[in-house]
Structure formats: C-alpha cells, structure tokens
Design a binder for this molecule. Structure first.
Ligand code: CP
Length: 428
C-alpha cells in the first residue's frame, strides 16, 4: 500500500461519505476491527488490515455500489435546480409548480434568519462573486446579504468600468477566472443570454440576476412567494386569481419571468395594461393562452384594475429603449391612492419589483400609497432574502442542513423595519 492504512481508510470513508459504523458494515467487518486498523501505527493496539480488505475497499471505490450513482463531473448534479446538468439558475423555465413550491417551503424555513431572530453558518467558508454589469440596489445587496446570513462571504464587482471586461476580456475568460476564486456567482448583465454564457464556462452555481430584457428569475420567485404567502392569510389561492400587470411589459424582465411562473398555475386571468408600444411580447401572451389562461390586453388602466387580486406595476425601462418613444405613457398609467380607492378591493395586493421612478412626470407607482397596507412592495423586497437564501442553499446542496444549523441571534432588531410599515391581514 502506497499510503498508511489509516490514511487509506479515512480517505475511503470520506469519498464514500460514510460514518465508521456504516463503512464497517459496508465492508463486512466489525466496528472494533475497523477501529484497531484506524489507530496510529505506533499504538500498541494497532493491527494490520488484511490485504483482502484493502482489495475489497479499492473495488468499492472504483465500482459504485448497487443503486449508487457514479460520481458526476458536476457535484450538484442531483440538484433540483439545474441548467444543462449543473446547479445553476438562469430562467423560471427550469421550474415546475412543485419545484417552485419546494423552494418556498425552504424559504419559509429561512424566515427566522431573514428576520434576524436566528443565525446559521451552513455556508461558512464559501465565497460568493457578485458580478453586476448593470445598476442594481436590491438584487445585488440582497443576494450578498442572503449569502452572508448563511455564513458565507461576498466579493463584488460593479459596472464594466471597474472590471477587466473594459479591456476586452470575454465572458468565457471572466467566468472561468472567477470560478477559480469563488464558490458561486450571481451575474447581472445588459444583454439577453449573456448570463447563460457565464454559466456554460463553469461548473459552479451561477444565478441570473437579470440579463437585459430577458429574465429575472429570482425576482419572479420572490414575487410569487409573496403572492402565495399573502393569499394564504386571506383565504385565496393562486389558481383562478386575477393578475393585472401595468406599465412597460415589453422590456420589464420581471413581468416576463413572473408571467411564465404564474402560468404553471390554473385558470388565471391576466389583464395586461400598457401603451401599445410597450405591450407584453407575443411569445409570452401565446404561452399563457396555450395553458388556458385568459389574457386581456388593454390601454385602460381604470377598467383593467377592476376585480384584480394582484396589481403588479412596473417602471418604464428607459435604458432599454432603442427607437421607441415612451410617448403615450401618460399620467393615465399612474397607480395612486385615489385610483386604488375607487377601483380596488380591500384585499387587492399592490406590487412592484422596484425601483419605482419617483421623479416628476415619471407616472410610476405613487408614493401616496405608502401608508396603505395593500402596498406589498416592501414585503416583497424583504422576501428577497429568504427566497435567495433558499436558492443558494439548494444550489450548494445544504438545504437539509439549515433547519438543524440555526441558533438564536444575540442582537435585537426593531419589530417594524420601516417607519410607515402597515399590517396587511396580519402580515407585516
Ligand atoms: N428589482 C430589482 O431588480 O431591483 P434592482 O435593480 O435594484 O436590483
């Protein structure tokens, strides 16, 4: 044997992910015999392992046991969130209704950590690379906070100017280099499909934090999680709900991802309210129709909001405009307190992925709703933490360790984080 028998046996147990008890049973020897083989060679109790045992252990290591999958090139290949066999999240298309709800159950487990009552260190030692080549507040900081709250640490790079992409470095090279430094990457980039290029260059977890007008899957997941959580308090379910989406439905990647995710449910009514120049892309409208949802496209905000269970407002994505004008996006598209009072019910949730444009003439979601408990926007942003923790835990294979890993936090935080936070049917 080229290595000491103790090293050989310890390595075998580690590679097979087995306890001493399980390993002794697997190789058909008594636990006591194994213990004596594992004692330091200089110990008086130490015994030499028979050669036949060594041969058998080598055989187990090279031939997977019955029903045990051969080791994959990708450590996370058993992961429920996969892109081309790797533990990576690029699109909501990777989810079924069941797998989304499994993630939400894990997010529920994360809530005490997100609410600063508990601490977990399941990602201790792991490093996240947060690569944002486009402006962000929520997504960048909440992914970083989620990773940190699970015990990991975070390295950031923001914008092209301070990245070597400004010197012409390719996505492939950037991704491969980063993968040597960090254990997971979150990437936002202005071009559709660009995050997929990052993902294909590495086997480590990569998460799409927004690829131009393409997708924003973690935002859609936290939006749906918020809808489900609030509906459950008021006795509603997602099946059969009326969802009104308002604003820039053409370039708003959050509404693209959320529509596809909601399409996994049954018999929804979608009212899509926008100026004609900013309508929802046809492929998404068709997808909703194929799944037997009712879709109404209109420019009439007042009529479109009537009877809605959820009003999902969006910002005009001016940064993505090429030759279109946002002429037509008039004050008629602004959601404000007066409009909500006149056409929405007491249970209507008012959502927005944020940021909202608060500048004069922006006609975005009005701040005069800030005291209204129907305004769910900060409950949405708060839910970004448990949902993103659940994504990390799943992609990094520690989802089953979180529950047992928690201990009490030593510090105190306020019961209400925001000065205007209002309780909506018992939800704060
Ligand atoms: N909702 C969202 O993506 O916000 P940021 O652009 O601030 O990340």
């Amino acid at each position: 044997m080229s290595v000491p028998q103790q090293t050989f046996l310890r390595d075998a147990m580690r590679r097979l992910n087995m306890t001493r008890e399980a390993f002794a049973s697997r190789i058909g020897v008594s636990r006591r015999a194994l213990d004596t083989w594992l004692l330091p060679a200089e110990s008086a109790e130490s015994r030499g392992m028979p050669e036949i045992v060594e041969r058998f252990v080598n055989e187990i290591l090279t031939r997977p046991a019955d029903g045990q999958a051969a080791q994959s090139a990708y450590p996370g290949s058993g992961c429920p969130i996969q892109f081309e066999g790797r533990p990576q999240l690029l699109s909501v298309d990777q989810f079924s209704r069941e797998s989304a709800e499994d993630l939400f159950r894990l997010a529920d487990i994360m809530q005490p950590i997100a609410r600063r009552q508990k601490i977990s260190r399941v990602l201790e030692g792991a490093v996240l690379g947060n690569l944002f080549f486009e402006a962000s507040t929520r997504t960048r900081v909440s992914f970083g906070a989620a990773f940190s709250r699970l015990g990991g640490s975070v390295c950031d790079t923001t914008g092209f100017t301070f990245s070597s992409m400004a010197k012409g470095e390719s996505i492939y090279d950037t991704s491969r280099v980063m993968a040597g430094y960090v254990d997971a990457m979150v990437v936002r980039h202005p071009e559709r499909g660009s995050v997929e290029e990052f993902a294909r260059a590495t086997n480590i977890p990569v998460i799409n934090a927004g690829d131009g007008p393409g997708e924003h899957p973690s935002q859609a997941l936290l939006d749906l999680y918020t809808i489900q959580r609030e509906f459950s308090r008021i006795g509603k379910i997602v099946d059969g709900a009326h969802i009104a989406m308002v604003g820039d439905l053409k370039y708003g990647r959050t509404v693209h991802s959320l529509s596809k995710l909601l399409a996994l449910y049954k018999n929804l009514r979608f009212t899509l309210i926008s100026p004609p120049t900013l309508e929802m892309p046809a492929y998404i409208v068709e997808k909703l129709g194929e799944r037997n949802h009712t879709v109404v496209q209109t420019t009439d905000l007042r009529e479109g909001l009537r009877g809605a269970d959820v009003v999902y407002a969006t910002r005009i994505q001016k940064e993505r405009f090429t030759d279109e004008s946002f002429e037509g996006y008039t004050p008629d598209f602004q959601i404000n307190q007066a409009l909500v009072e006149s056409v929405c019910g007491p249970d209507t949730m008012i959502m927005h992925p944020l940021p909202r444009d608060g500048r004069p003439g922006a006609n975005d979601l009005s701040t005069d709703l800030n005291h209204d408990p129907r305004l769910a926007i900060f409950r949405q942003t708060d839910n970004g933490i448990p949902v993103r923790m659940a994504i990390f835990a799943t992609l990094m294979g520690v989802e089953n360790l979180v529950g047992r890993s928690m201990r009490d936090a030593n510090w105190k935080s306020p019961a209400y984080i925001g000065v205007d936070d209002a309780v909506f049917h018992g939800i704060d």
